[in-house]
Design a binder for this molecule. Sequence first.
Ligand code: FAD
Length: 346
Amino acid sequence: MQFCKLFMLHFQENVSLKAYNTFGIDVKTSYFIEINSETMLFELLSDEIYLSHAYMFIGGGSNLLFTKDFDGLVIKNNLKGITIDEQDDESILLNSQSGEVWHELVLKSISLGYGGLENLSLIPGTVGAAPMQNIGAYGVELKDVFHSLKAVNLKTKEIETFNLEQCRFGYRESIFKKEAKGQYFILSVTLRLLKHPKINASYGAILTTLDEMGFRDLTIQNVSKAIIKIRSTKLPDPKQIGNAGSFFKNPEIDEDQYQTLKSEYPQMPSYLLENANYKIPAAWLIEQCGWKGKRIGNCGSHQDQALVLVNYGNANGSEVYSLAMDIQKSVKEKFNILIQPEVNIY
Ligand SMILES: Cc1cc2nc3c(=O)[nH]c(=O)nc-3n(C[C@H](O)[C@H](O)[C@H](O)COP(=O)(O)OP(=O)(O)OC[C@H]3O[C@@H](n4cnc5c(N)ncnc54)[C@H](O)[C@@H]3O)c2cc1C
């Protein structure tokens, strides 16, 4: 244990990250610290241990696959605080520190009666990681409610503001996962939520689930409850079986490739995109290659969700990675489509 002179920075050494990633992979990091305030963060950015080691920021660890021990410093984000910054007759600007738990922010906004986040209920992780891959579910993405964020430029230590355009959000993408990867720590996120919510219940099984639950009113509360129910039944709970949600992104193919594949596989599901390309569910491709429910050693593709790779208990990260690469290879061979991981691999 080492202590800095100005501020009590509490570094732990040789720490297992098993409890800090939802895959439950037992790797070790040389140094580990939790940051609880901006002051502590800036203190850390000048500390010798930070300056002389590789570092990685983590939130809830729900979109990570550790393939080996980390020879550096893992910084767990614990910055808390939610405020309403501005409001008019139509909307509010809700600001959240990045270490808040995403689902708790969703529940808070719903309890206050503000609409926009209900379809994003029960997505694991922190608020600060949400812009990283423009989280999305049930027909809504973060970008649909996003106003701006503040991030520390880790080179200059200046705080910069990013608006919607500057974040360059795409499907499970943003500037922070691409061009600016590793260059910023997201401090806080501001969302524009509606005082008179517009309900989006057309996606998936929301309406039938509302019906089954006996909910007649289309309210943000009821939509959130229905989505929580669907997700709890459909997705494996990381507390029961290690996973990081969808391992791969749904690939996009052009019209020519779509027509070729469709003639060979008439049952292939697809969504026509605005750019005239087609999105193909990665789960279907993986299932067609015979991976669904298949277990290889300590890991496998989930029996109900082919896209979710799971740790049956003692898998190491390289085992999961190797499984993912085998899946990727077989999909490429069968369909000539390269599916890309959604999960961040370290
Ligand atoms: C069961 C399950 C279901 C899921 N369902 C969905 C879903 O429906 N939709 C969806 O989009 N995702 C889904 N995910 C993925 C995951 O919940 C999201 O990607 C989430 O935003 C990750 O948050 P986190 O705090 O756990 O991030 P981490 O896993 O801790 O980090 C992810 C990446 O972001 C970086 N990072 C984290 N915080 C910051 C920060 N403050 N500043 C800069 N970089 C940062 C990390 O370095 C890492 O590269 C699911 C995951 C699981 C386990």
